[in-house]
Design a protein around this ligand. Structure first.
Ligand code: NAD
Length: 479
C-alpha cells in the first residue's frame, strides 16, 4: 500500500517514530494509502529547516519570490488531472467539482498572492512641519497553517500562498482525512524552485502534529480553518504565547428567499448552495427561509429538483453529489436527521444512505430537505456540514432577520430579492462576514473573507491576508 511522506527541508521523509494512519477512499469505504502520524519531533525538524531557510526567503527580492510562486501555480496547472483525480479520490467529491472548483482555485491562490505581493504597499503619515511616519511590513518568521478536509488543496493553498508571498517560512498540516493533494504539492514546490525549508508539509492528527504546531514557541502565527471547537482550543493554547491568530470556523448560514426574487435563478442556485460538495462547504446555506406567499411553490419545486439530483460514484460525469468524506461524518449527518425527526421535523426527501452498485461500503447520502422545525431547535442551530437543509416560512423581513441571526455562527448569508432597498437594509443587519445578494459563492480573491461570532476571528483574502502574515513597524523621521 502506498505510504505518504512528510515534506521537510525540500525532501520527502518518513515520520521519525514511523507511525502511520489509514487513509480511506470515501467512494469505496476502503483504505487506500497510509499517512504519517507525525508528532512534535517531526514539527521540530520542520521548524529547524524553516529557521535555516528564513533569511534566504525573507531577503529574496519580491520579484524572485513572486516568480517562484507563479511557477508553483503553473506547476499545479500542468498536473491538473493528477491533482483533480487525487482530490476526488481522497475526499469523495465529484471529479467534475474538483476539476472546476478545487484545483483551479489552488492554481489561482498561488498566482493571485504571488502577484499581489508585487503591489502590496504600506502607509506613510506626514506630520506637517514635524516629520514623517512610515510603516514597514516585515514577514513574521515561521508560521503554521492548518486546514480542513472539505476543500483540501483549495483551503491549504489559500493560507500557504499569502504566508509565503509575504516572506514567511511555513509549517503546514492538511487534514489527516484528506492529505493527498498536499502531499503532491511538495514536489511541485521543489520544481518551482522554492528553496528547501521554506514550505514544510507535515501529515498527522490534529491532536498530534496539529497541536505541536500550535504549541511550538518559534511558530509566530497560526492560520487555522476548521471546526469551532478546535478553533476554541487553538485560541486558548496559542493566546498565552501571544501568537497572531486567524481562525476561520464553522457556519450555519441562512438563505433568505423573498417572493419578489427571480424564482428560476434562485431555485437552481439554491440547489447548489444547499448540496454542492455534499453540503460540506462552510458557506452552504443550510437554513432556508422562504416568504410565506411562495413557500408551497418553493417547497414543491425544490423537493422535485432535489429528488432528481444524481448521487453517484465521484468519477461518474453525471454525479452532482459524490460520497461524504468519512464514515464517522456520514453517521454524524444521519444522526442529525434522526434528531430532526425527534424535534418534530418532517423529512420531505432524502434522509438516508444510498447504496452505489460496486461501491456498497461507500459513504453516499441522499440530499435531504426537512420542514416543520422551530428556528431555535438544535437541528437549526448546530452545524451539520452535510447534504441536509431545513426550510421554514416567514412573514416579515423582521422575522426573517431574527431567525437568520439566531445562531452562534455568522459566516455567510444569501438574500434573494429584487427590492434593492431591502437587499441593502438586510445586508447591513445580518450577522455575517459575507452576504451574497441574488448569488452564492461568487468569490473575488481581493475581498475580505471570514466570519463573525463563533464563525471566526480575523479575515483572509487580498490585503487582509498579507497584513495578517506581516508585522507592521512604525518608523518616524524628524524633518
Ligand atoms: P477540524 O477542526 O476537525 O480539523 C481542521 C484541522 O485542524 C485538521 O487539519 C485537523 O487535523 C486539525 N486539528 C484538529 N484538532 C487540532 C488541535 N487540537 N490542534 C491543532 N490542529 C488540530 O475540522 P474539519 O472537520 O476538518 O473541518 C470541518 C469544519 O471546518 C467545519 O466546522 C467547517 O465549517 C469548517 N470550515 C470553515 C471554513 C471557513 O472558511 N470558515 C472553511 C471550511 C471549513
Amino acid at each position: 500500500m502506498e505510504k505518504l511522506q512528510n515534506f521537510i527541508d525540500g525532501k520527502y521523509c518518513d515520520p521519525i517514530e514511523g507511525q502511520y494512519i489509514d487513509n480511506y477512499e470515501p467512494a469505496s469505504g476502503k483504505v487506500y494509502s497510509l499517512i504519517p502520524n507525525s508528532d512534535a519531533q517531526d514539527v521540530e525538524l520542520a521548524v529547524k529547516a524553516a529557521e535555516k531557510a528564513y533569511p534566504v526567503w525573507s531577503k529574496m527580492s519580491i520579484d524572485e519570490r513572486s516568480a517562484i510562486m507563479v511557477k508553483l501555480s503553473q506547476g499545479i496547472e500542468a498536473r491538473m488531472d493528477e491533482f483533480v483525480q487525487a482530490e476526488s479520490r481522497d475526499n469523495g467529491k465529484p471529479v467534475t467539482l474538483a476539476a472546476h472548483v478545487d484545483i483551479p482555485r489552488a492554481v489561482s491562490n498561488f498566482h493571485f498572492f504571488g502577484t499581489a505581493i508585487l503591489h502590496f504597499a504600506s502607509e506613510s503619515h506626514n506630520m506637517e512641519g514635524v516629520g514623517v511616519n512610515y510603516t514597514l511590513r516585515k514577514p513574521l518568521g515561521i508560521v503554521g497553517c492548518i486546514s480542513p478536509w472539505n476543500l483540501p488543496l483549495y483551503l491549504f493553498s489559500w493560507k500557504i500562498a499569502p504566508a509565503l508571498a509575504a516572506g514567511n517560512c511555513v509549517i503546514a498540516k492538511p487534514s489527516e482525512v484528506t492529505p493527498y493533494t498536499a502531499y503532491l504539492l511538495g514536489k511541485v514546490a521543489k520544481e518551482a524552485g522554492m528553496p528547501d525549508g521554506v514550505l514544510n508539509i507535515l501529515h498527522g492528527e490534529g491532536g498530534g502534529a496539529g497541536d505541536a504546531i500550535v504549541k511550538h514557541k518559534k511558530i509566530k502565527a497560526i492560520s487555522f480553518t476548521g471546526g469551532t471547537t478546535t478553533g476554541e482550543y487553538i485560541a486558548r493554547t496559542a493566546a498565552p504565547m501571544f501568537k497572531k491568530l486567524s481562525l476561520e470556523l464553522g457556519g450555519k448560514n441562512p438563505n433568505i428567499i423573498f417572493a419578489d426574487c427571480d424564482f428560476k435563478e434562485m431555485l437552481s442556485t439554491t440547489l447548489r448552495s444547499s448540496f454542492a460538495n455534499q453540503g460540506q462547504i462552510c458557506l452552504c446555506g443550510s437554513r432556508i427561509f422562504v416568504e410565506r406567499s411562495i413557500y408551497d411553490k418553493f417547497k414543491e419545486e425544490f423537493v422535485k429538483r432535489v429528488e432528481n439530483t444524481i448521487v453517484a460514484h465521484p468519477s461518474d460525469a453525471m454525479a452532482k453529489l459524490g460520497a461524504v468524506v468519512s464514515k464517522p461524518h456520514m453517521e454524524k449527518v444521519l444522526s442529525y436527521v434522526e434528531l430532526a425527526k425527534e424535534e418534530g421535523g418532517t423529512v420531505l426527501t432524502g434522509g438516508k444512505r444510498v447504496i452505489v452498485e460496486g461501491y456498497e461500503d461507500g459513504y453516499y447520502l441522499r440530499p435531504t430537505v426537512i420542514e416543520g422545525l422551530p428556528f431555535d431547535c438544535r437541528t437549526n442551530q448546530e452545524e451539520i456540514f452535510g447534504p441536509v437543509v431545513t426550510i421554514t416560512p416567514f412573514d416579515t423581513e423582521e422575522e426573517a432577520l431574527i431567525m437568520a441571526n439566531s445562531t452562534q455562527y455568522g459566516l455567510s448569508a444569501t438574500l434573494w430579492t429584487s427590492n434593492l432597498k431591502r437587499a441593502h437594509r438586510m445586508s447591513n443587519e445580518i450577522d455575517a462576514g459575507i452576504v451574497w445578494i441574488n448569488a452564492w459563492l461568487v468569490r473575488d480573491l481581493r475581498t475580505p473573507f471570514g466570519g463573525v461570532k463563533a464563525s471566526g476571528v480575523g479575515r483572509e483574502g487580498g490585503w487582509e491576508a498579507l497584513r495578517f502574515f506581516t508585522e507592521p513597524k512604525n518608523v518616524f523621521v524628524k524633518y
